[in-house]
Structure formats: structure tokens, C-alpha cells
Design a protein around this ligand. Structure first.
Ligand SMILES: C[S@@+](CC[C@H](N)C(=O)[O-])C[C@H]1O[C@@H](n2cnc3c(N)ncnc32)[C@H](O)[C@@H]1O
Length: 258
């Protein structure tokens, strides 16, 4: 084994040895409050990608973000391993209206939008205005700005964001084909319930939820288990936390049965 491949194996197996991962752990509370780690890495990642990837090439933008997250500073993108699960779920349907909760730097929005038909639209709801700006810059760089709207807000903000989705983005009864949950893990279930109460889903709508293993969304997992075969049909994908191969994670893919 060459020195380089040994180093990359070590880095993948023992992610805690990386300073950027330790720094991330130290910045955990900041991240929960602000949606950023606190050392400016999200802005550095944006500049890195803008400098090193060609315009109009979504796969090159994703590769540059993966490279940054793996070799410079860890980012909480869904990443390349779990990203394949998201891609496969998207390819099972032909969604025209999609909702993402938790946009961060735009990685999963770019991943999603690159697979959509020209008439489809993704709305990415992101709590942090700074992250929303970074995501918009990278979506524009990837040539996908016309397919994605990044909305600053949260589903749990008392109705403001829900109202904007209805009035400005065409959300209504049965209109949403695909939902990607990747935001505050304690908000997965309440936000899904808000979406259900609004009646936005239809039988066949897919909901994909990242990080159900780590950091974990046990109430969401229990809800899907209890509803199995009645209102939902769920596949649990056993996978790994982004950008390493030590920690296991779960991605849930749930079909709404009505
Ligand atoms: C794990 S990151 C999302 C990663 C992104 N989906 C990707 O794969 O590229 C979580 C994001 O959710 C945002 N967030 C946290 N709570 C939120 C909420 N209640 N509604 C919307 N966004 C939220 C954070 O600011 C952060 O940008």
C-alpha cells in the first residue's frame, strides 16, 4: 500500500484524527444555533469551489465540494456515499415539485436539481441566511439556479414559511412529489406532520430522511415503523456518516400511501 493510500485509508477509518472534524465537534453548539461550524469553513468552501470547478458543470461542483469536505474541512453535506441513495430515490419518480428542508451549502440541492427535468422545481428551505447565500452562489455556478429556489426560514416558524411556499412557490393539496429532510433532527417529525396537515403530499410521494442513525431521529424512525403498510412504506438504507467509513448512519426512504 502506498503512503498516500495508507493516509487516505486512515483518514476514512479514523476521522476523529482530523483537526477539522475535532473543530466541528467543538463547534457543535454553534452549528445547531447558526447552521455553520463557526470557523468560516462554509465561505472558504464556496470560494474553493468557485475557483476550482468550471461553470455549468454540476458534477464538477459536487466533486469539488466532496474534495473540500474530505481533504480540507469537514462539511455536513449528504456526501458522495449517501448521495447515491438520494440519486436512486429521485430516479424512481419523475418529480415536478420537490421540497428540501436544510440546504446548507447547496450540495444536496445541486445533486437533486441535476437529475430533474427542465420543468421541475426544487424549493430548499434553509434557516441560515448565510448558508442560503452560499447555496445560491453554488447553484448559479452549477447552472441550476433556475430550477431551485432557496427560501430562508423554517417550517416551524409559526406559519410564515408555509405561507410563502403556498403563495410564492405553488405548494397546495397533492402538489409535492418529493421531500428531502436534512435539517434539525428533532424537527423531522413535527415538520412532516405540518406537511401532512397541509395536504401537500399525494399517494406515491417520496420522503427521504438523512441522519436517522447519526445524529439520529428516533421519534421519526418510530413513527415510520408504526405507520408501516398503513400510511407509509419505508426502506431503511444502512450506510455511513458522510466522508468516512467508521460511523454508521441510516437514510430512510418512505413512500406515502395516503
Ligand atoms: C446537515 S445540513 C444540510 C445539508 C444539505 N442537505 C446537503 O446535503 O448539502 C443542515 C442544515 O439545516 C439547517 N437547519 C437547521 N434547522 C433548520 C430548520 N428547522 N429548518 C431549515 N433549515 C434548518 C442548518 O442551517 C444547516 O444548513
Amino acid at each position: 500500500m502506498s503512503g498516500r493510500s495508507f493516509a487516505s485509508t486512515l483518514r476514512d477509518r479514523l476521522p476523529f484524527l482530523r483537526w477539522s472534524v475535532l473543530r466541528f465537534a467543538l463547534g457543535g453548539r454553534t452549528f445547531v444555533k447558526t447552521g455553520q461550524v463557526g470557523d468560516g469553513r462554509e465561505r472558504v468552501a464556496r470560494d474553493y469551489v468557485l475557483a476550482l470547478s468550471p461553470t455549468g458543470d454540476p458534477d464538477a461542483v459536487l466533486a469539488a465540494l466532496d474534495d473540500f469536505a474530505r481533504n480540507h474541512s469537514l462539511l455536513v453535506n449528504i456526501g458522495d456515499e449517501k448521495g447515491l441513495i438520494l440519486d436512486a430515490a429521485l430516479r424512481k419518480t419523475t418529480p415536478t415539485l420537490l421540497l428540501e428542508l436544510g440546504g446548507y451549502c447547496g450540495y444536496s440541492a445541486i445533486r437533486t436539481a441535476r437529475l430533474l427535468s427542465a420543468d421541475a422545481r426544487l424549493v430548499s428551505v434553509e434557516m441560515s441566511p448565510d448558508n442560503a447565500e452560499i447555496a445560491r452562489a453554488l447553484l448559479a455556478h452549477a447552472g441550476l439556479a433556475d430550477r431551485v429556489s432557496v427560501v430562508v426560514g423554517t417550517i416551524g416558524d409559526g406559519g410564515d414559511t408555509v405561507k410563502r411556499l403556498i403563495e410564492e412557490h405553488g405548494f397546495g393539496p397533492g402538489a409535492v412529489d418529493f421531500v428531502f429532510l436534512d435539517h434539525d433532527k428533532s424537527a423531522y417529525l413535527p415538520d412532516l406532520k405540518t406537511i401532512l396537515e397541509a395536504g401537500w403530499l399525494h399517494p406515491g410521494s417520496l420522503v427521504v430522511a438523512d441522519n436517522v442513525g447519526i445524529p439520529g431521529a428516533p421519534d421519526y424512525r418510530r413513527y415510520m415503523r408504526d405507520a408501516e403498510g398503513t400510511s407509509w412504506r419505508t426502506v431503511e438504507h444502512h450506510t455511513h456518516t458522510e466522508y468516512q467509513s467508521l460511523l454508521k448512519d441510516l437514510v430512510l426512504e418512505s413512500e406515502y400511501l395516503g
